[in-house]
Design a protein around this ligand. Structure first.
Ligand code: F6P
Length: 342
């Protein structure tokens, strides 16, 4: 078979491990030719690729980022985008394209499949918000990085009797915030799914400090929103691809805490640190599992399907079903996290 591979959207630890797994099983077991398109769908539209082989990918398992590059460009942004994808598939005699990506890349893949193209999906994102699959790779690494940061912030918060507000990624969902907050012993965690009341947060912090605990850690997902009418946050802005640009809610929360409680407050915005560097062992394993399952799906001509972790097995589900709605934080886990607040 001749198989195209691309990585789209924000990068994420584990992408190289997926590519390596596809190439390993594809070339060794099936005798495939694998083409790695550069910078996501941009490479497909411009017919810009490198041929991938086992030797060229040696040493990439623990490496962060993606060796074939990524972008948020998708064919539906251009009038002739879908035709260019079709031409590229024909020109290179490809049997299929495996698209490794998050919500944006997978939604586009579902549309391309509907347009009759042989596409397979692999779910990636540190946000862990893709539907059906219990886990996306990159999430465990991001939670590990955020937890280590919170652990470090505890000692400096305690030395100075300060409140530390830590902002983590999570545009629409609070998986990273909930897991890292719970793992790091946060005093409070604020997530997009549950608009927060700053009065309640400040009152609890004050009660805690009255009891002799003078240091607190508040974890805030970048997409966290206050309850309507409680306080003003800056208006949302959008990037050139129509994605909401966030980052900064922590500053607003910190200044409200300091003003309302009088406690000295500092802010740490973890940002892209959560997406960089080596994947954890768990993410390396999940990525390798997904990669092998994806090339097997290609040989079964399971077009329009995405590999997914369900009940501890990697299975195939329609990409369109997986992107229908975002996966929110498990309510039972959120309830558990709340037991540890303040
Ligand atoms: O989708 C993953 C993500 O890491 C989000 O959590 C974050 O809001 C966004 O990407 C940041 O994107 P960019 O790299 O374009 O700034």
């Amino acid at each position: 078979m001749r198989v195209g591979v691309l990585t789209g959207g924000g990068d994420c630890p584990g992408l190289n491990a997926v590519i390596r797994a596809i190439v390993r099983k594809g070339t060794k077991h099936y005798g495939d030719d694998i083409l790695g398109f550069r910078d996501g769908w941009r490479g497909v539209m411009d017919n810009d690729f490198d041929t991938l082989d086992i030797n060229g990918l040696r040493g990439t398992l623990p490496r962060g980022g993606t060796v074939i590059g990524t972008s948020r460009i998708n064919p539906y942004m251009y009038p002739d985008g879908v035709d260019k994808v079709r031409s590229c598939i024909d020109a290179n005699n490809l049997d299929c394209i495996i698209a490794i990506g998050g919500e944006g890349t997978l939604s586009c893949s579902a549309e391309l499949f509907k347009a009759g193209l042989p596409i397979l999906g692999v779910p990636k994102t540190i946000d862990n918000d893709i539907g059906i699959t219990e886990r996306t790779f990159g999430f465990d690494t991001a939670v590990t990085i955020a937890t280590e940061a919170i652990d470090r912030l505890h000692s400096t918060a305690e030395s100075h009797n300060r409140v530390m507000v830590v902002e983590v990624m999570g545009r629409h969902v609070g998986h990273i915030a909930t897991w890292a907050g719970l793992a790091g012993g946060a005093t409070f965690t604020l997530i997009p799914e549950e608009p927060f009341d700053i009065d309640d947060v400040c009152a609890s912090l004050s009660r805690r400090h009255e009891k002799g605990r003078y240091a607190s850690i508040v974890v805030v997902a970048e997409g966290a929103k206050p309850k309507e009418g409680t306080f003003e946050v800056p208006a949302d802005s959008y990037d050139e691809y129509g994605h909401i640009v966030l980052g900064g809610i922590a500053n607003k929360v910190a200044s409200e805490i300091e003003t309302r409680t009088g406690f000295e407050t500092r802010v740490t915005i973890l940002g892209h640190v959560q997406r960089g560097g080596t994947p954890t062992a768990l993410d390396r394993v999940l990525s390798s599992w997904y990669g092998v399952a994806a090339i097997d799906a290609a040989h079964d001509e399971a077009w329009g399907q995405m590999v997914a972790l369900v009940a501890d097995r990697v299975v195939r589900v329609p990409i369109a079903d997986a992107v229908r709605e975002l996966k929110f934080v498990n309510p039972q886990l959120w309830e558990t996290a709340q037991e540890f607040f303040a």
